[in-house]
Design a protein around this ligand. Structure first.
Ligand code: S3P
Length: 165
């Protein structure tokens, strides 16, 4: 069975591309945020608000460890690389890890009017830009492949990944 892990910033298209890729390949899709919701009954926003980011990162790490060898496509949350142990798990995974990499501008356009993401809710644009700069090398460190996404549709990105599998 074909397997792949998708990483990248919020708004990179991981969930949409993951769903398309899973459909194209007829394999299961695992989404780490959805697994956290299923396990806790709370959304990432609710966990951030009630227990703080470290509690969310601990849950996210446990979920990644649990699913990393799952068959099919694994879509991760944008902050998965904030936990050093996750960078190690991803970079050593026996599965290709695709970093969906777009420009800051196009990524922010996709996130316009989003009020579901706790990380965005609490930050100014300057702070999100700083977070972006801080995260880029971490995505690079975790990825085995970098896929440029600017000016491409989700179908084009999914097709490009499928051809690499
Ligand atoms: C986060 C990204 C979210 C979710 C949580 C934290 C982040 O996932 O895991 O809100 O720190 O970038 P998406 O990348 O799917 O939005």
């Amino acid at each position: 069975m074909k397997t792949a892990i998708l990483i990248g910033f919020m708004g990179a298209g991981k969930t949409t591309v993951g769903r398309l890729l899973a459909e194209m390949l007829a394999v299961p899709l695992t989404d780490t945020d959805k697994m956290i919701i299923r396990k806790t009954g709370q959304t990432p926003g609710e966990i951030f608000a009630a227990e703080g980011e470290p509690a969310f990162r601990a849950l996210e790490h446990d979920v990644l460890q649990e699913v990393i060898n799952n068959e099919g496509i694994i879509a991760t949350g944008g902050g998965i690389i904030e936990t050093p142990g996750n960078i190690q798990l991803l970079s050593e995974a026996n599965v290709p890890v695709f970093y969906l990499s777009g420009s800051f501008g196009q990524t922010m356009e996709r996130l316009a009017d989003d009020d579901t993401r706790p990380i965005l809710r609490s930050k100014t644009l300057m702070e999100v830009a700083a977070l972006w700069r801080n995260r880029l090398p971490k995505y690079d460190a975790a990825a085995s492949h970098v896929i440029a996404t600017d000016n491409k549709t989700a179908v084009e990105v999914a097709t490009e990944i499928r051809e690499l599998l």
